[in-house]
Ligand binder design. Structure first.
Ligand code: NAP
Ligand code: G4F
Length: 320
């Protein structure tokens, strides 16, 4: 029988790739979207007519219940969040409402309308923050370093709590950074690849960045949404780290991107102290052994290939 999936955050990077994956696997795909005076559904424009969209917001309990009642999904992927760490210092309580308490709202809606559905929560490596051990696993204690990380830790624990309190099939994926040509322009990899392409084409002349020494474990979003789906195919709900196990610095990202564009870094890149965060996460490296062993999941795209494909995509985008 055809299975039904419901995705919050379907207009985002991950939501759009996950919707494609689920459609390819024969699902009836539903997504939740927010009302805006200008509709910005660029990432799912090509899926119009193949997915059913419901108006809703993580701030609005009634809309969550109504959308789930109408959909009666087998699987729910809660990807919606205020996902940009830097802005979480500017809007700390709104971030807590979206990315923290919003998880309780949707879990309550699940309990009320479709308690047998399988639920995925988009948790984050940002919860590890000032890391307590290297590499980080499902058992590493959290030490979040941003209002976003704190909100995500709440969302993670409430997911675990509803699994243990009410027997919901609630799973938390602790995903390390993952990028793609659909990544928002404000995130560092896409900012770098877009600027490398734009400088190459003579559209801008400088790239200003903050902390060049920060290191992240960066993977490819397309590989990571597959892990989300794999987690919900297990009869047992659980928590999984999804990562490549290799860290690179922002500086290395710049070097690869500018090399791909055929540019010399020193001519174009400047540091800007206003982009330094009040508290940063210096280094994240994930250990996804549990996902390898229990899900059979493997990262397929390495960092260099990822950054090069993003530069090529931005060159193509800007020459359209
Ligand atoms: P993204 O591109 O920023 O997408 C976020 C989505 O959430 C958008 O569809 C956005 O809708 C929606 N949204 C935001 N606030 C909402 C609200 N109050 N009600 C309903 N929808 C709302 O993020 P992403 O990179 O795809 O990430 C997906 C999820 O994974 C997020 O929860 C993020 O925190 C988490 N995560 C991401 C990474 C990563 O490296 N990408 C790593 C770990 C965890 P609009 O289009 O209307 O703004
Ligand atoms: O690309 P970023 O903004 O990603 P960040 O903060 O790691 O968060 C992303 O990954 C999390 C998983 O760990 C997700 F949960 C979250 O939703 C999001 O997807 O910044 C990466 C690093 C930071 O250390 C930052 O200080 O790059 C450094 N950086 C240096 N210059 C910059 C810049 N980041 C941005 N966005 N812009 C800069 O100019």
């Amino acid at each position: 029988m055809k299975r039904t999936a419901f995705i919050t955050g379907i207009t985002g990077q991950d939501g759009s790739y996950l919707a494609e994956l689920l459609l390819d696997r024969g699902y009836d795909v539903h997504g939740m979207v927010r009302r805006s005076s200008v509709e910005r559904f660029d990432r799912i424009e090509h899926l119009r007519g193949r997915v059913t969209l419901h108006q809703g917001d993580l701030l609005d309990q009634r809309s969550l219940g109504d959308a789930l009642r109408a959909t009666q999904p087998d699987e729910i992927y809660n990807l919606a969040a205020m996902s940009f760490v830097a802005v979480s210092w500017v809007q700390p309580t709104l971030t807590a409402e979206f990315s923290g308490v919003g998880v309780t709202r949707i879990l309550e809606a699940v309990r009320e309308t479709c308690p047998d559905a399988r639920f995925y929560q988009a948790s984050s490596s940002e919860m590890f923050g000032k890391v307590r051990e290297v590499p980080q696993t499902e058992l590493t204690p959290f030490y979040p370093r941003s209002p976003y990380g704190v909100a995500k830790a709440y969302g993670h624990f409430i997911t675990v709590n509803y699994r243990e309190s009410y027997g919901l099939h609630a799973t938390s994926g602790i995903l390390f950074n993952h990028e793609s040509p659909r990544r928002g322009l404000e995130f560092v990899t896409r900012k770098i690849t877009w600027h490398a392409a734009a400088i190459k084409l003579g559209l801008v002349d400088k790239l200003r960045l903050g902390n060049l020494d920060a290191e992240r474990d960066w993977g490819y979003a397309k590989d990571y949404v597959e892990a989300m789906w794999m987690m919900l195919q297990r009869d047992q709900p659980d928590d999984f780290v999804i990562a490549t196990g290799v860290a690179h610095s922002v500086r290395e990202c710049v070097e690869i991107a500018f090399d791909q564009a055929g540019l010399a870094v020193n001519d174009y890149v400047e540091t800007d102290s206003s982009l330094i965060r009040p508290a940063d996460v210096e280094q994240l490296i994930g250990d996804c052994t549990k996902a390898r062993e229990l899900l059979g999941w493997e990262p397929r795209t390495n960092f260099e290939a990822l950054i090069r494909l993003m530069v090529d995509a931005d060159l193509a985008l800007l020459t359209q």
